[in-house]
Write a protein that binds this ligand. Sequence first.
Ligand code: HEC
Length: 128
Amino acid sequence: MRLRLLAGWFPVVLASLVVDARADDVADPMKGKRLFAQCGACHTTADGGPSSVGPNLYGLFGRKAGSLPGFAYSEAMQKADIIWDERKLNEYITLPAAFIANNKMVFPGVPKPADRAAIIAYLKEATR
Ligand code: HEC
């Protein structure tokens, strides 16, 4: 009797797991906006927005790394031969210190792939 009850619930639990996984696959810019708060301590995204601790990110996609005029980048970032796109950005914010050695962004990285995808989806909208 008890086992039957459990067996009855099993498909329901399984179905909700599947739905969760799907929700994670779709990058949600609204979630990304919330998650960007951790970047916003150092970065602005608007056209003509100020650089502070980090460079303004407007026009980021397609921009060469370390090239915003007037921002004092590290030598490492200036020499990094990178044009920012989704893939490079994903690699950078996974573990900034590992992707560009000696760059001066003091940020540990965003460990969850779904969180990074959401941040990138948000940035694509907010920086163009
Ligand atoms: C504590 C401040 C700080 C935080 C938090 C931070 N950054 Fe940065 N970021 C910097 C600094 C400083 C640089 C410049 C690094 C250099 O010159 O080596 C930088 C550089 C960058 C660049 C390269 C820009 C260019 O013009 O080439 C990108 C892209 C970037 N950050 C994205 C992010 C994202 C996305 C987050 C959040 C997930 C984030 N940063 C969090 C300080 C920060």
